[in-house]
Design a protein around this ligand. Structure first.
Ligand code: HEC
Ligand code: HEC
Length: 80
């Protein structure tokens, strides 16, 4: 029973932030490019390089989403 709570919380957050199109979806991980993303731990930094108006990397198709790291850092545990 209890082990499902974390999963449901993630689902809720995803729904709130991304809508149904992103249900359960994970984007490509920033760790595909570890050199570029070394030391980047804040959502606010992402758009500096990925905003469609001034992209230095791949422009994001969803600049208005919050919580980039929740969907884009698979395989790593981040310390708060
Ligand atoms: C709810 C999960 C979620 C959130 C939050 C999210 N993304 Fe994504 N992102 C995805 C998914 C899934 C894809 C791949 C599908 C697509 O292109 O729409 C993607 C694609 C991308 C791509 C393009 C990758 C490619 O190969 O074209 C970039 C860049 C990106 N996201 C950056 C960001 C940034 C920056 C933020 C925060 C402002 C963010 N994402 C927030 C799920 C998310
Ligand atoms: C210093 C600039 C910079 C910052 C800050 C940055 N990125 Fe990137 N990102 C890049 C570059 C450059 C690439 C590689 C693009 C390529 O070569 O296709 C990349 C690649 C990516 C990709 C893979 C895109 C693909 O084509 O598959 C994702 C997803 C992504 N970044 C998400 C993020 C997220 C989320 C953040 C914030 C935590 C972030 N980036 C912060 C520059 C940056």
């Amino acid at each position: 029973m209890k082990k499902n709570i974390a999963g449901r919380f993630v689902l809720l957050v995803v729904l709130l932030m991304g809508g149904c199109a992103y249900l359960g979806a994970h984007g490509p991980s920033i760790h595909l490019y570890p050199d570029v993303h070394a030391g980047i731990t804040e959502d606010g930094e992402c758009l500096g390089c990925h905003h469609p108006d001034a992209p230095q990397g791949t422009p994001t198709p969803h600049p208005n989403l919050k919580g980039c790291l929740k969907c884009h850092q698979d395989d790593v545990e981040q310390e708060e």
